[in-house]
Design a protein around this ligand. Structure first.
Ligand code: MSP
Length: 516
């Protein structure tokens, strides 16, 4: 059984030069759903997120804002912390790269790499993009309107300076051997192939220090240099569990991470540089890096010039938190690109949530309120139809668990909604409103089966729509201690239990001005 194995999950740490937007919300919500799922499934979870606060870009943004980098990062980091509260994110830790625990850990990592002969001083001459905080080869550049640019479209500059280098070239074969032995260490498969081809094409040593600006962690023993922002940033995943104290209970419990979720744009850093740094320092690479796709908005790329970055607060104010979380996880296969549109969002909200799930819950609870004195009814003997519905509900955990193990959120939700659909068909076929006059005992059995199916659905949807699931569990009078996955089989609804007054869990979205 893996049930009690600890589970460590991370989001990327977000750059503080931009305010939070839909893209950041997406990564964070996906990790939250997985973290909540694992906790409910009995795992001891550490869920880490945070902010990436050093580098030239931040230094420049602070200067533009007319404040010091520290004041600037304090302000924007707080906006990311606010986002976690807004989205009901259950992170256990929030790390900032300007914190002392991190700075100390990064310097220790540097010294360890140096001690092992993995770092040398050399001269760097090449193309650098401040926006991407990345180095590019001549051959990777593309033609842009004003000269050559990075593949991401960012401007590049020719840079020549004395730099420390990490012996990345020496890790090529060991990285390939690692990915051969661990085919699931990068997902989805297309990203794994991309990573393997990149490594096979040949790795060059990586410049890991800069002298042209100062907003960074000083290189131990050479204060003219600051540590390259990606080496600094990636290390957050271990400094947050106590590195360099690698014998601490926290570190040995949680490292290596079970899953590190990132966007497709930063796979190379997480699946090439990061495992190489770790192995070079004598540490294990993460068990899995999952790269998700990118959202466009109403068919367009989010960009400064179009000014179409959607702040998470705007989404939540417009549609409500649970519908936003549901949409992000249901609309796309995790790993694929997709489009966020008002139309698609309202379609899911009014269709899957309000009509299918919300109505089902409302109908059943109102009927119990009216016809069973507001108490969980006592079932009689079950027919095949009743048993079929209950079996589908009981089989759901194993199905959802399988999909969550692959980060296939959309399939997990699809499976849950298949049972919602089945329950809706069952209500229509059994017509308990007719039974209430003709055969009240049979009506009680039907309503019990439905309430019990609802309990399964509510428990299983907690990771995705925690607010609505909580409301539904309250309405079913399921005690707090009986809301984890073990309770699915162990704690069926007790007949006679008094239920509170029903209340809609997913109100419909009504367009402003419509219906008046
Ligand atoms: N600071 C680095 C990560 C360092 S991790 C050691 C960084 N930060 S970021 O703020 O620019 O991006 C964070 C995440 O947001 C990335 O995973 C990125 O893919 C994601 N997204 C940014 N825009 C996005 C969309 N339009 N759609 C989906 N995700 C997007 O990179």
């Amino acid at each position: 059984m893996t049930a009690d194995r600890p589970f460590f999950i991370t989001t990327p740490i977000y750059y503080v030069n931009d305010a939070p937007h839909l893209g950041h919300a997406y990564t964070t919500v996906a990790c939250d759903a997985l973290a909540r799922f694992m906790r409910l499934d009995g795992r001891r979870v550490k869920f880490l997120t945070g902010t990436d606060e050093h580098g030239q870009k931040v230094e420049q943004s602070a200067r533009l804002a007319g404040i010091s980098p520290q004041q600037f990062t304090d302000r924007i980091s707080e906006a990311f912390r606010d986002m976690t509260r807004l989205l009901d994110i259950s992170n256990d830790d929030f790390i900032r790269t300007t914190e002392q625990r991190h700075v100390r850990g990064v310097q220790a990592l540097w010294q360890e790499l140096e001690r092992r002969g993995e770092i040398y001083l050399g001269r760097f001459a090449g193309w650098y993009s401040v926006r991407d905080e990345a180095f590019y080869d001549e051959g990777e550049l593309v033609d842009g309107p004003n000269g050559r640019r990075a593949p991401s479209g960012a401007e590049v500059e020719w840079l020549e300076e004395e730099n420390y280098f990490f012996r990345l070239s020496a890790w090529q074969d060991r990285l390939l051997a690692y990915y051969n032995a661990n085919p699931d260490a990068v997902a989805p498969r297309s990203r794994r192939n991309e990573v393997v081809s990149f490594i096979k094409a040949g790795l060059r040593d990586l410049s890991i220090s800069r002298t042209s600006f100062s907003w960074g962690i000083p290189v131990p023993g050479n204060l003219d240099h600051v540590i390259y922002v990606w080496l600094d940033a990636l290390a957050n995943y271990i400094t947050a569990v106590g590195y360099p104290d690698s014998h601490s209970p926290e570190f040995s419990t949680f490292w290596p991470a079970d899953i590190q979720v990132v966007g497709k744009d930063i796979v190379r850093f997480h699946a090439v540089y990061w495992p190489a740094f770790l192995m070079a320092a004598g540490l294990e690479p993460p068990r899995r890096v999952f790269a998700h796709g990118w959202w466009t908005v109403e068919g367009q790329k989010m960009s400064k010039s179009l000014n179409n970055f959607i702040p998470p607060k705007q989404l939540v104010d417009t549609y409500g938190l649970d519908p936003v979380r549901y949409f992000l996880l249901r609309e796309l296969p995790f790993g694929s690109d997709g489009d966020f549109s008002h139309r698609a969002m309202v379609g899911r909200l009014n269709g899957d949530l309000a009509n299918d799930f919300g109505n089902l819950a409302q109908r059943v609870l109102v009927m119990i309120g009216r016809n069973c004195d507001g108490c969980v009814p006592a079932p009689g003997e079950l027919t095949d139809d009743d048993a079929a519905l209950l079996d589908s509900a009981r089989d759901l955990l194993a199905v959802v668990r399988g999909h969550m193990a692959e980060q296939a959120f959309h399939l997990a939700l699809e499976a849950v909604w298949r049972v919602v659909g089945e329950a809706n068909r069952y209500v229509d076929e059994q017509a308990p409103w007719v039974l209430s006059r003709k055969d009240p005992a049979r009506m009680r059995t039907v309503l019990y089966a439905l309430a019990e199916a609802l309990r399964h659905l509510a428990i299983l949807t907690q990771p995705f729509v925690p607010g609505a699931a909580r409301k539904l569990l309250d309405q079913l009078a399921v005690p707090r201690r009986a809301r984890h996955f073990n309770a699915l089989a162990d704690a069926p609804l007790a007949p006679g239990m008094r239920l509170p007054k029903p209340e809609a869990i997913f109100p419909r979205f009504v367009e402003a001005g419509a219906g008046s």
